[in-house]
Design a protein around this ligand. Structure first.
Ligand code: HEC
Ligand code: HEC
Length: 268
């Protein structure tokens, strides 16, 4: 199903309930109406497009699509494993193989970066050579047979934002994150950013949200120590499909300092 900004399962349920209440003669006023309005604003932040998007918004949105366009668009997963996913890699299959980052990396360097080894090893090159290229040319590459994408899956406007990110939003991550996962930042400078922004949802220790498995937690500290490339991407872009703010508008070195601080947080 193509992307429809008004489509959301919970929202549908809320509307159906609302209609049912109205049918029974119960007018929805006050708090109920306010919470519907709030819900629409939250949804708009996650899936909507501003009328007059800033460059930093475009880059952050393109980066979220690069991370996971399926969740960023609330779209359906394509069937099966991506045709370009190499048979030699049996560790990953299905929907995850359709994410740009799965083939081209969190560091945009593909086989020449962190995905030279590990469960996302594919031998596929990165997108670094396309930094600075015309987004229209990148759009052509995305629509080429090797990629198997259609505008049913990724609407053209969204695909052009991914292309814009590849052209103008990606950075040379090797300047900030070293191969041994150490980060060229100052944790003392990153600490106030974490405590004032990130802690709102992740807690002062980064442990308030856990995306790991039982016995194998996934906290901010776990992610930052284990995969600083991914963490830097998410700091700049936010996390697709949730209301995490993107810090793309701020100087990259501030975000690298923040990344350094997140590496000091507990991993478990
Ligand atoms: C299943 C793996 C896979 C996925 C997912 C994938 N690509 Fe690719 N991509 C490839 C392959 C294979 C090539 C061709 C590489 C080559 O020519 O050696 C390629 C080439 C490219 C190139 C040209 C790189 C160059 O230097 O020639 C760009 C840019 C690119 N992809 C961007 C993207 C973006 C953006 C997405 C997500 C919307 C994406 N790709 C998703 C496999 C993938
Ligand atoms: C408004 C709430 C909110 C704020 C503020 C926020 N986040 Fe998040 N963040 C989330 C949510 C929700 C998730 C998804 C967690 C999940 O998948 O269970 C998430 C996910 C993440 C992830 C990755 C999870 C994964 O699956 O790999 C990282 C890393 C992260 N946040 C770091 C940060 C950092 C650093 C900051 C400060 C710049 C921040 N977050 C600010 C809500 C927030």
């Amino acid at each position: 199903m193509p992307y429809d900004p008004n489509r959301n399962a919970l929202w549908g349920v809320a509307n159906t309930l609302g209609a049912a209440l109205l049918a029974f003669g119960v007018a929805i006023t006050g708090p109920a109406a306010a919470s519907e309005r709030d819900e629409a604003y939250h949804r708009d932040y996650i899936y909507g497009v501003p009328d007059d998007p800033s460059e930093a918004w475009l880059m952050a949105n393109g980066a979220r699509l690069y991370d996971n366009w399926i969740n960023a668009l609330d779209a359906d997963k394509p069937e099966g494993t991506h045709p370009a996913w190499p048979a030699s890699n049996t560790k990953k299959k299905g929907g995850v193989t359709w994410r740009c980052k799965s083939c081209h990396g969190w560091d945009y360097a593909g086989k020449d970066g962190a995905y030279a080894k590990g469960s996302y090893k594919t031998g596929i090159k990165g997108v670094r050579a396309f930094a600075g290229k015309d987004p229209a040319e990148i759009h052509k590459v995305l629509m080429a047979p090797v990629h198997g994408f259609t505008h049913e899956m990724i609407p053209k406007d969204a695909m052009l934002r991914i292309a814009a990110f590849v052209s103008r939003g990606q950075v040379d991550v090797s300047k900030y994150v070293n191969a041994d996962k150490t980060v060229n930042g100052d944790p003392e400078k990153g600490k106030p950013i974490f405590q004032n922004i990130c802690a709102a949802c992740h807690g002062f220790d980064g442990k308030a949200l856990d995306w790991g498995d039982p016995g194998d937690p996934g906290f901010v500290g776990t992610e930052a120590q284990g995969n600083p490339w991914e963490t830097l991407h998410k700091i700049r872009a936010g996390h697709p499909g949730v209301e995490m703010p993107a810090l793309m508008a701020f100087p990259i070195q501030d975000l690298v300092d923040l990344l350094s601080y997140t590496q000091t947080l507990p991993a478990e």
